[in-house]
Design a protein around this ligand. Structure first.
Ligand SMILES: [Zn+2]
Length: 308
């Protein structure tokens, strides 16, 4: 939920990796010299696009990589509106989960985990709907804010160090986190382990097949900075719906719901009303564009619910 500013002064090592999806060492270079030093590659075996070598913090701890990031303070100017939007969004998502198999038994307290929870808006929303909720966040200021303002259970920790017991959660949200991970395969194995049998993971990531990405790559725009969604040192892996499905299946998770969408979608990416978009014609045009992108799989975001 929070936009971060990367602290460029942090040191990291460059580590050569195999493909996270199929373990192949074979790749072809898509573009080198991204931001002067990073290389975008594509696995010759499975087609995963990733940064190789990957930047990895010297202490091998992402806390170190992320702990000096700063808030986008403008976000807080509309905090109450965001609280309301998030509660509506979360309610819509839970309704989808109920349709695709969330345990509907009454009288049980469901458990929710938000990995990369920012200031904890989803944690707060889930509590308001009667869930027991935990958030993980690496950013110190966000964590402190959430604890001080709302007394939420937010822990400043990586997933692998949080020591959750196996089969703890009914629903785990991984929103705009998966693209940042150096080892997404291992991460999903850990998520799968702490999900209850029948529980759901939700992943929201940028879509490498998105129309804007395709146009950018086709015309070679931003050639020295990004390759579609690959935006080092932040975004290290790029996903298409097909690649994401393979990752989930490899960790024993089955996709029950998938769509590509765009900012402005009230179920997956609500935005505050844009006052600069005036007039009926423009509003309708944006709406139709969104419907077109959703139906062609070319929305800029992939949203997935997968079940254990
Ligand atoms: Zn591969």
């Amino acid at each position: 939920m929070v936009n971060y500013i990367f602290n460029q002064s942090k040191k990291y090592e460059m580590i050569k990796i195999n493909c996270n999806l199929c373990d192949s060492k074979e790749y072809r270079v898509l573009r080198d010299n991204l931001k002067g030093k990073f290389i975008a590659v594509k696995c010759k075996n499975c087609g995963l696009e990733y940064i190789n070598p990957i930047p990895f913090s010297v202490k091998e701890e992402a806390e170190d990589f992320y702990n000096e990031l700063e808030y986008n303070l403008s976000f807080f100017n509309s905090l109450e509106k965001w609280e309301k939007l998030t509660l509506e969004e979360f309610s819509r998502q839970v309704n989808i989960l109920k349709k695709i198999g969330l345990n509907k038994e009454k009288g049980i307290k469901r458990k929710f985990l938000d990995i990369g929870c920012g200031i904890g808006l989803y944690v707060k929303a889930s509590q308001e709907l009667g869930w027991e909720a935990v958030g993980l966040e690496l950013d110190k200021k966000s964590t402190e804010y959430a604890i001080n303002k709302w007394r939420l259970d937010i822990r400043r920790s990586l997933l692998e160090k949080a020591n959750f017991k196996s089969e703890t959660f009914d629903y785990i949200k991984v929103r705009y986190v998966f693209e940042h991970l150096p080892y997404p395969g291992r991460f999903l194995d850990q998520v799968s382990k702490i999900l209850k049998k029948g529980g759901f993971i939700q992943i929201d990531v940028p879509n490498q097949n998105g129309l804007i990405n395709r146009l950018k790559m086709f015309f070679g725009l931003k050639k020295t900075n990004e390759w579609g969604c690959l935006d080092p040192p932040f975004h290290l892996h790029a996903y298409t719906p097909k690649i994401l499905k393979s990752f989930l299946e490899k960790s024993g998770l089955k996709i029950e719901y998938i769509k590509t969408t765009t900012p402005g979608d009230p179920t997956f990416r609500p935005t505050l009303p844009d006052k600069s978009i005036k007039g009926f014609f423009y509003k309708i045009s944006f709406y139709l564009l969104r419907i077109f992108l959703q139906n062609t799989g070319m929305g800029s975001i992939i949203a997935v619910f997968a079940q254990k």
